[in-house]
Design a protein around this ligand. Structure first.
Ligand SMILES: NC(=O)c1ccc[n+]([C@@H]2O[C@H](COP(=O)([O-])OP(=O)(O)OC[C@H]3O[C@@H](n4cnc5c(N)ncnc54)[C@H](OP(=O)(O)O)[C@@H]3O)[C@@H](O)[C@H]2O)c1
Length: 327
C-alpha cells in the first residue's frame, strides 16, 4: 500500500511517498481503508524526531483517520465491514490502510464527509479531555484558550460553547486571524502579537482572572498564564511550542489554590483511551449530529503532497485543520 515514510528525522524534505506492507489488525483491532487523514502539530514534532510513537504503534505519521472498515478482528462486533468510521490511531494515518482499536473508532455521522471526520479525533478529543474533563470545567466558567485559529483551539472554542453556552470564552490569536476567530462566536479575542494577554485578561475580568486556561505554549506563557488564573483556577498544559522550562511562583499558586495539569493523549494505555473516547462519543458527538459543531477545514492536500501539507502548517496561515485526501 502507499504510505508516507521518512528518509530521516528533520525538515519536510524527509517526507516521501513509499510502498509498504498493509498492516494486519491485531487483537481488538479493525483494519480501515483510509479515505482521509489530517495533519496535527504533533506530526511535525514526530517528523523532527522528538515524538516517537508508543510501543506497538505504526512508525508512519498520522494520528487520525476516516474511512471504511475493511476487516474486523475475531469476536469483535461494534463495527462491520463496509461501515464508515473515524478513529484515533497511535500512528499510521498517512497511509492507504490503518489499524485502529475497536474502541478507538466511532461511526461517522451521516452529515459528515470523510475529510471532516478525519478532523475530529486528535483535536476535539484533546480539547474535550483537557479543557472540560481534566480542567473540571463548570457551566459558567471563564475560559482562556490560546492560539485562536489552530486545530485544537478551534475545536476547543466549539466544544466549550456547545457544552457550556453560559460560559465566557476568551481566545488569543495572531493579528491576521482575529476577525475569523471572532466569527466563531467567542466573547473576546486578544491579538497576542500586539497586546499582553495577561493585561487584557486582567482588564476584561476586572482583576478576577479566568477559571480555565488551555495552553500549548508552555514555558514562554507560564508566568502570564498564572497571572491570568483566578482563585481556584486550572491551567492545563498540552503543548510546548514556547519551551519546556520556566520559573513558577509556588507561593502565589498555593495561596490562590490553583492547579497546573499536564496531559498527553497519545501515550495513554489503550483501555484509558477507549474510556476517554466513549465519554467523548456520549457527550460531544451529539453536537456533530445536530450540526452545532462542524469541523473547520482550512486546506486539503493529496496524500502524495504530505510535505506541502506540513509546509502549510509550519507557515501557520491555516485556520482549522489541514486534511490529507488518501483515496
Ligand atoms: N497533549 C495532547 O494530547 C495534544 C494533542 C494534540 C495536540 N497537542 C498540542 O496542541 C498544540 C496545537 O496543535 P494543533 O494541531 O492545533 O496545531 P496548529 O493547528 O498548528 O495550531 C497551533 C496554534 O498555535 C498558535 N500560536 C503559535 N504561537 C502562539 C503564541 N505565542 N500565542 C498564542 N498562540 C500561538 C498559532 O496561532 P497563530 O497562527 O494565530 O499564531 C496556531 O493557531 C501543539 O502544541 C500540539 O503539540 C497536544
Amino acid at each position: 500500500m502507499k504510505a508516507i515514510n521518512l528518509k530521516g528525522f528533520g525538515g519536510v524534505e524527509n517526507l516521501f511517498l513509499d510502498e509498504i506492507d498493509k498492516p494486519a489488525p491485531g487483537p481488538h483491532q479493525i483494519l480501515i481503508k483510509v479515505h482521509a487523514s489530517s495533519v496535527n502539530r504533533p506530526d511535525i514534532v514526530q517528523r523532527e524526531g522528538n515524538y516517537p510513537p508508543p510501543k506497538g504503534d505504526s512508525e508512519v505519521l498520522g494520528l487520525e483517520v476516516a474511512g471504511t472498515v475493511e476487516s474486523v478482528g475475531d469476536g469483535l462486533s461494534r463495527h462491520q465491514v463496509g461501515d464508515r468510521v473515524f478513529a484515533l490511531v497511535g500512528g499510521g494515518g498517512y497511509a492507504e490502510y490503518a489499524v485502529a482499536y475497536e474502541g478507538h473508532a466511532m461511526p461517522i455521522p451521516e452529515n459528515l464527509s470523510f475529510a471532516q471526520a478525519a478532523c475530529i479525533c486528535e483535536t476535539y478529543i484533546t480539547a474535550y479531555l483537557n479543557a472540560v474533563v481534566l480542567a473540571e470545567a463548570k457551566a459558567e466558567d471563564t475560559f482562556l484558550l490560546h492560539g485562536g485559529g489552530g486545530g485544537v483551539n478551534t475545536a476547543a472554542i466549539q466544544v466549550c460553547k456547545a457544552l457550556f453556552p453560559k460560559s465566557t470564552v476568551m481566545v488569543t490569536a495572531s493579528t491576521g486571524k482575529v476577525e475569523r476567530v471572532k466569527a466563531l462566536g467567542v466573547d473576546h479575542v486578544i491579538d497576542y502579537k500586539t497586546r499582553s494577554f495577561a493585561e487584557e485578561i486582567k482588564t476584561l475580568t476586572d482583576g478576577r482572572g479566568v477559571d480555565v486556561i488551555l495552553d500549548h505554549i508552555g514555558a514562554a506563557y507560564l508566568k502570564d498564564n498564572m497571572k491570568s488564573l483566578a482563585l481556584g483556577g486550572r491551567l492545563v498544559v498540552i503543548g510546548l511550542m514556547g519551551g519546556i522550562k520556566a520559573e513558577l511562583n509556588l507561593a502565589t499558586m498555593m495561596v490562590k489554590r490553583q492547579k497546573i495539569i499536564g496531559s498527553v493523549l497519545r501515550s495513554r494505555p489503550v483501555p484509558e483511551k477507549s474510556a476517554i473516547i466513549a465519554d467523548f462519543e456520549n457527550n460531544v458527538m451529539p453536537f456533530f449530529d445536530d450540526q452545532t459543531i462542524a469541523p473547520l477545514i482550512s486546506d486539503v492536500f493529496p496524500l502524495s503532497q504530505a510535505a506541502d501539507a506540513h509546509r502549510a502548517m509550519e507557515l501557520g496561515t491555516h485556520f482549522g485543520k489541514i486534511v490529507l485526501e488518501v483515496q
